[in-house]
Design a protein around this ligand. Structure first.
Ligand code: ATP
Ligand code: MG
Length: 390
């Protein structure tokens, strides 16, 4: 039996004349996600995109799983294709959905006819197909108000489609439609979630990770790669830059007051990330900060770090509780990776009593105690190692 996937756009439907270019972007993203599974054809019509596998060996379940993570898709359904003929439609409905229907109690049939020449009306199709299923599946009942499964029959130009319940899509906007932004990614729980949230709004991600070898290990970097691989199942390809941060951290340790370590480090991170972001045509930075979570995430501290960014800083987790962030990280499958216990550069040289009410003035003074600041920054930027994730 030939199966296809029907894709329903979400907010795209609202975009009027831009719709077509948004759809093209979504198709490009779907193609990228599916390319190693085999060849697929994509057809646009009205508000549906049809994804058609071009050979029988394709792992169809995997294709569906992957498309469930493509942003811009509100809902999707797998459908069986058959001839436009009542007998074929009835047989296909029974063969394709019989197992699922025998595991539930109620169903209904809906019919859509875009081919108005088809000899049966929509109510007649429902009656015929519904009757056939009732006759062949013992114990099944019709419930038109709240059925367990809705069987939908669509009679189109070239063929008929039979499908069961829709699957939830990932929602949001197609990645690429919202420009580029640069995610500061640690190995923690919050930053991968922050990146995922912005990608959901159509932002394509570049990522910057600060590593401080030998204080941080290769396993910590591996962890960041794995986190980004998970995020890229939704966000598509992510360009990662890994920056050597050791020299700067040692300079901060050697020259700054201990209570200002974390904020000073953040300010350096913002400068370096801003520079890489600019080169990568990004319009914003993204962090996983959440207000009040730690000393470096108070209003005062965030004001001090913002000052060093040359573009807007998006903090999508800012108003979220930790458990809400964890809930998303579990959903996107990053949680188990995030909690692996490797040192991050933020946990080396952590001050015992970080300042929560830092002022910009204090932050500037602390920084000025570091000799050759500009050179350190330039060297760190030059150290950035590039890798494509996915
Ligand atoms: P996360 O769970 O994302 O690590 P966190 O609550 O542990 O966040 P911090 O460690 O204070 O908070 O980091 C705040 C934000 O700064 C992170 O969400 C991330 O965006 C950025 N950041 C922290 N460490 C790094 C790093 N090593 N490389 C890149 N960005 C970092
Ligand atoms: Mg962290």
């Amino acid at each position: 039996m030939k199966e296809i996937i029907l894709i329903k756009n979400g907010e795209l439907a609202l975009k009027g004349l831009n719709r077509s270019s948004f759809e093209d972007m979504m198709i490009k993203n779907m193609r990228h996600r599916l390319h190693d599974l085999g060849a697929f054809k994509f057809e646009k019509s009205q508000s549906t995109i049809t994804v058609i596998p071009e050979n029988d060996e394709i792992d169809f379940d995997e294709a569906v799983r992957r498309l469930c993570k493509v942003f811009g898709i509100a809902a999707l359904s797998r459908a069986a294709v058959c001839e436009k003929q009542l007998e074929a439609i009835r047989d296909t409905a029974l063969a394709y959905l019989g197992d699922a229907l025998s595991e539930v109690r109620t169903f209904k049939v809906e019919a859509k006819r875009s081919d108005k020449k088809f000899p049966l009306t929509s109510p007649q199709i429902c009656e015929q197909v519904g009757g056939w299923l009732l006759e062949h599946i013992p114990g099944l009942r019709v419930d038109v108000h709240d059925p367990d499964i809705t069987v939908t029959v669509e009679v189109r130009d070239k063929a008929a489609f039979v499908r069961g319940n829709q699957l939830h899509g990932a929602g949001g906007m197609p990645v690429g439609s919202g420009g580029n932004a640069c995610l500061l990614i640690s190995g923690g729980i919050d930053s991968p979630v922050a990146g995922w949230m912005m990608a959901k709004r159509g932002v394509r991600l570049t990522a910057v990770h600060f590593a401080s070898p030998p204080y941080t290990s290769e396993l910590a970097e591996r962890k960041v790669h794995e986190l980004l691989e998970k995020v890229s199942e939704y966000a598509g390809r992510i360009r990662l830059f890994t920056v050597e941060f050791t020299e700067i951290q040692e300079a901060i340790r050697d020259h700054c007051p201990e209570e200002m370590f974390t904020i000073t480090m953040r300010r350096f991170m913002m400068r370096i990330a801003s520079e890489i972001a600019q080169r990568e045509n990004c319009g914003a930075l993204i962090t996983g900060e959440s207000l009040g979570q730690v000393a470096s995430q108070t209003l005062h501290a965030l004001g001090c770090t913002d000052e060093c960014a040359s573009m807007p800083v998006f903090r999508p987790c800012i108003g979220m509780d930790k458990n809400e962030i964890v809930e998303i990280s579990r959903k996107i499958d990053t949680f188990e990776i995030s909690i692996r216990p490797y040192e991050d550069c933020c946990t080396v040289f952590t001050p015992k009593h970080p300042r929560t009410r830092a002022t910009k003035e204090l932050a500037r003074q602390a920084e000025e105690m570091i000799p050759n600041r500009e050179e350190l920054i330039e060297r760190a930027i030059a150290s950035a190692a590039f890798k494509n994730i996915n």
